[in-house]
Design a protein around this ligand. Structure first.
Ligand code: HEC
Length: 172
C-alpha cells in the first residue's frame, strides 16, 4: 500500500516535470543590462531551428554544412565582416571564435545570440529584428545560421551546444 502510494506519487511528479520541460522556454537576457527581452513575431520565420532554440537555447544548425554556408553569406550581408573580419577572427571589432570572449556567455549559442540580437554597451549595436530599426533586422533563423558558421572558424572545437564543453571553457 505504502509502496503503491510512493510509486504513484513519483509517477505524478515525473509526469509534471516532463510537462514542465515540454512547455519550458528559454529566457533571453540582454547583454546590455541583464533584463529580459522577447522576439517580435516579425523576427521569426517559423523554422524547426527557431522552435528548438526558443525552447532549449540549442542551435541545431551547428554542424549542418548547408546552414553554415548560408550563415557565412549572412555574415557578409549584415556587415559583420567589416568589423570582425572575413573569418570572424577580428578586425576593428574583436575576434568571435573564442574560447575566451569579452562576454563569457558567448561561449554558449544562447549567450552569443543574446549579444548579437540586442547588442552591447561597448560599440556593438543590436542586429535583431526591430532593435535598431522598427522594420528591419536579422530573423532568429538567420542569426542561428550566422552563429553556426562563426563556430566553424574556431580551432578549439567550440560548438556552443554541449553542456560539459561550455562548463569546461567557462571555468578557464
Ligand atoms: C560597426 C562594427 C560592427 C559590426 C558591423 C558588427 N560588430 Fe560585433 N562587435 C563590434 C564591437 C566594437 C564589439 C565589442 C563590443 C563591446 O566591447 O561591448 C563587438 C562585439 C561582438 C560580439 C561579442 C564578442 C565577445 O567577445 O563577447 C559578437 C558575438 C559580435 N560582435 C558579433 C557580430 C555579428 C554576428 C555581426 C553581424 C551581424 C556583428 N557583430 C557586427 C563591432 C561590430
Amino acid at each position: 500500500m505504502l509502496n503503491k502510494k510512493i510509486i504513484l506519487s513519483s509517477l505524478l511528479i515525473a509526469m509534471i516535470s516532463v510537462a514542465g520541460i515540454a512547455s519550458a522556454k528559454v529566457k533571453l537576457i540582454k547583454t546590455t543590462d541583464g533584463t529580459e527581452f522577447t522576439i517580435p513575431k516579425e523576427g521569426l520565420k517559423g523554422t524547426p531551428a527557431e522552435e528548438e532554440f526558443l525552447k532549449t537555447g540549442k542551435n541545431i544548425y551547428v554542424g549542418d554544412a548547408e546552414a553554415e554556408k548560408r550563415g557565412k553569406k549572412r555574415f557578409g550581408y549584415w556587415s559583420c565582416t567589416q568589423c570582425h573580419g572575413p573569418t570572424a577572427k577580428g578586425q576593428v571589432g574583436p575576434g568571435l571564435v573564442g574560447p575566451t570572449f569579452k562576454y563569457p556567455k558567448d561561449i554558449t549559442n544562447q549567450g552569443m545570440f543574446e549579444t548579437i540580437w540586442w547588442g552591447t554597451n561597448g560599440g556593438m549595436g543590436g542586429k535583431g529584428f526591430g532593435v535598431m530599426a522598427a522594420d528591419d533586422g536579422l530573423s532568429v533563423d538567420e542569426l542561428l545560421k550566422i552563429i553556426a558558421w562563426v563556430r566553424t572558424q574556431g580551432s578549439q572545437g567550440v560548438t556552443g551546444n554541449e553542456e560539459d564543453q561550455m562548463k569546461k571553457f567557462l571555468k578557464n
